[in-house]
Design a binder for this molecule. Sequence first.
Ligand SMILES: Cc1cc2nc3c(=O)[nH]c(=O)nc-3n(C[C@H](O)[C@H](O)[C@H](O)COP(=O)(O)OP(=O)(O)OC[C@H]3O[C@@H](n4cnc5c(N)ncnc54)[C@H](O)[C@@H]3O)c2cc1C
Length: 392
Amino acid sequence: MAVIGIEPPSPLYEHEHALFRESFRAFLTQEVVPHAAAWERDGIVPRELFLKAGEHGFLGMAVPEELGGAGAADFRFNAVISEEATYAGVASATMGLTLQNDVCLPYFLEHADDEQRRRWLPGIASGELVTAIAMTEPGAGSDLQGMQARAVHDGDSYILNGSKTFITNGIHADLVIVVAKTNPAAGARGLSLLVVERGMDGFQRGRNLEKIGQHAQDTAELFFNDVRVPAANLLGQEGMGFVYLVSHLAQERMSIAVGGLAAAEAAIAWTVDHVRARNAFGRPIGSFQHPRFVLAECRTEVAVTRAFVEQCLRRLVAGTLSGEEAAMAKWWCSELQGRVIDRCLQLFGGYGYMLEYPIARAYADARVTRIYGGANEIMKEIIGRSMGLGDR
Ligand SMILES: Cc1cc2nc3c(=O)[nH]c(=O)nc-3n(C[C@H](O)[C@H](O)[C@H](O)COP(=O)(O)OP(=O)(O)OC[C@H]3O[C@@H](n4cnc5c(N)ncnc54)[C@H](O)[C@@H]3O)c2cc1C
């Protein structure tokens, strides 16, 4: 594959990240790439993938060593996983691992009490426990405060009722962080996080939803009918759910940004290879000015974006990344991903429309990144409001 993007190694990454990258690449080659097409057809990866990833140290890197992790709270390791899976054209197969590491784990690491940490973190790191986070409901996505899920105190438990949709890892999840209203009158201060476990009475999964892309990733509806959730499964403090969500959404958005940028880098590399090899009118397509200019423009946009993303990643690792910077990265990278992949796909001609080509799958996989993790319009609201430009 043509060399674009992070090679030769970017200054963001150090020796230990390079070793981790090498070993994750080998894992992908052995355990994921040969099966990815079958998993895309199945609409789900096997559970064993989580166990294998855990066994090889690709889950819960940030979990302390004494609880089964690597004690490596450094998001650059997470970024390496996203980049490598994307370059290998199998990001949809590893999306569940990424969700566990990048999105769900921080809630357990920061808000679980000692007993919960002992109960859950070892399984999250080993892959015995698959996690999901359920915010979105059929009637409320962008407007989280409009959610209906309700948890009412009953002795030393909560009784949870409601339904969630579009939940990544929804079919596989053993632990679902459910966002529910514990005090509907308190607005943003009335949301709490409850961990619902596989097998609790009244917890049911709906369909594994059929999507345009990301076919190997399970995305499901979840239903909660009078589920008795022990108070011992409350994550953090009651009423603090919204505050926790806001604090962790920045990392979720960086995860989407890193994946989007890597997808654009991969698309350029695949396309450079293609236009060099494919002939039309007696010469390689890449020798015509138009394809050359398209790829030159894409490469420049990607290189400029990488500089900003790496700056954001450094701040994320240092704990100084702001919510609006993460929103900028998520908005920009997901738009870039769509734009670059679309332009590259055109240069593949009819082959670009065939799902056996990674560029076609990348095209279908990309569309959702402008929607999930907060729609890009919401990202612009966050950025605009940070400039003092609110309604009130
Ligand atoms: C594949 C996939 C996986 C997902 N995984 C998860 C998951 O694991 N957990 C989870 O909780 N959710 C998940 N989601 C849900 C996702 O986060 C929501 O779809 C997203 O936040 C948008 O919410 P919505 O679909 O309800 O759209 P709506 O809120 O109905 O918004 C629709 C559109 O209206 C516009 N809009 C809305 N509000 C505004 C505004 N204030 N200003 C301007 N325009 C606005 C935007 O264009 C937006 O795209 C997933 C979704 C998909 C498709």
